[in-house]
Write a protein that binds this ligand. Structure first.
Ligand SMILES: NC(=O)c1ccc[n+]([C@@H]2O[C@H](COP(=O)([O-])OP(=O)(O)OC[C@H]3O[C@@H](n4cnc5c(N)ncnc54)[C@H](OP(=O)(O)O)[C@@H]3O)[C@@H](O)[C@H]2O)c1
Length: 361
């Protein structure tokens, strides 16, 4: 038997609660022809999963969707052997069945992982869609030039921490916006942003203005709401915005498309200052940019130019709690649930994980 989390209902409004999920024990399935059984090592928790659940894309009674890093237990697929590590979408459960590769948004599910190339957990983060999101939004859409001022919201989170470091590599003045002081300190002291202001401060607008004396040339939007309202008056002429996400709106009960509300708030400024707004859908960048992104990111990590913090919640039992926490800032870094043992962790990585969870060269 193994543990699964099922969606209990289609959530109507607000942020996730215990009533949205149901924990069950089910028999571990047997792989049929063309299938393999995997055990889940890491489960990725991402804001988009809440959108899926609220929109009805995920049906009550189903195992909650989630991208995973897993190990093959038994395989009826010649290309996969017992013990192989794979990136797949086993969801919120301890064991899952995967078929042969299917391409979703240009990504292969499942995909074999080489632990010698990168820690396997990064397949759902830095070296996966999350990293490509930061790369595409920052380097392709915002295209920051040396000397420009770049602002990144949710700056200590999964996407934000990478996006800001990429702007630093491009030679920009980079200002983060994050929640608690410990996150702001991490963003400035460990990640090397030039400044980081807290959106929890009553003086956010003034603090941001002081941190951006030359205005803002590029903004990587993860949050929306009050954070965007503070950014808006500081945008310079010809500024670029990558509209990556609006996490402050994901529990909104008012209905309507949060992107439209966001655009409406900015419309007069966008017209007057000729701000270029780019909606970001990472899937549109896979074909053209994935290979270059992986090669460059590998170089940056080896050169110590990119660091990466994970927030690992041990035990599948914690998945609903960690999911809610991530949506309201209770995470610190890329949110992962540790579902099963990771046999690839050597003593150095284990110690690093126990002390700070910061991955660096
Ligand atoms: N466009 C795409 O293709 C794509 C792909 C992946 C992700 N995304 C988007 O990227 C964004 C970041 O995702 P992630 O996975 O990296 O999550 P994350 O940043 O690790 O976690 C979400 C963060 O949002 C911040 N937050 C939550 N509510 C807030 C509020 N009311 N005001 C200000 N900040 C708030 C919190 O940080 P603080 O504690 O610092 O407030 C929280 O840690 C999300 O908007 C997501 O939807 C888009």
């Amino acid at each position: 038997m193994h543990t699964q989390w099922l969606l209990a209902r289609t959530p109507a409004e607000g942020l996730p609660t215990a009533a949205d999920f149901r924990r069950v024990e089910a028999p571990i399935p047997e792989p049929g022809a063309g299938q393999m059984l995997t055990r889940t090592i890491y489960l990725s928790l991402d804001p988009y999963q809440w959108g899926r659940r609220r929109s009805g894309l995920e049906v009550p009674g189903e195992v909650c969707h989630g991208r995973t890093v897993s190990q093959v237990v038994r395989s009826n697929i010649p290309a996969y052997r017992e013990g192989d590590f794979v990136f797949n979408t086993a969801g919120w459960q301890e064991y899952g069945l995967s078929g042969e590769g299917v391409s979703i948004f240009g990504y292969m599910f499942p995909r074999k992982l080489d632990p010698a190339q990168a820690p396997i957990s990064t397949a759902v983060g830095l070296m996966g869609m999350l990293g490509l999101t930061a790369y595409s939004g920052m380097l392709v859409q915002c295209a920051p030039q040396a000397g420009e001022t770049v602002v990144v919201s949710a700056a200590s989170g999964g996407v934000g921490q990478i996006a800001g470091q990429l702007a630093k590599i491009a030679g920009c003045r980079v200002v983060g916006i994050a929640g608690i002081q410990a996150k702001c300190d991490f963003v400035a002291d460990t990640l090397g942003f030039d400044a980081c202001v807290s959106h929890k401060s009553a003086t956010l607008a003034e603090d941001l203005r002081a941190a951006c004396p030359d205005g803002i040339d590029a903004y990587f939007e993860n949050v929306g709401g009050a954070v965007f309202a503070a950014v808006l008056p500081l945008l310079n002429s010809q500024a670029r915005i990558s509209l990556c996400g609006l996490v402050s709106q994901y529990g909104a009960t008012t209905g309507g498309d949060p992107h439209e509300a966001w655009m409406a708030l900015g419309t007069p400024t966008f017209a007057r200052q000729q701000v270029h707004v780019h909606r970001l859908h990472v899937r549109e960048f896979v074909d053209e940019h994935q290979a270059r992104f992986l090669a460059q990111m590998g170089d940056w990590i080896r050169a110590g130019q990119v660091k990466y913090k994970e927030d690992l919640w041990p035990g599948l039992a914690q998945a609903p709690t960690a999911f809610r926490a991530m949506l309201e800032g209770g995470n610190f870094g890329k949110t992962l649930v540790g579902v099963g043992d990771d046999p690839t962790l050597d003593a150095t990585l284990q110690a690093r994980r126990a002390s700070s969870n910061v991955l660096s060269a």
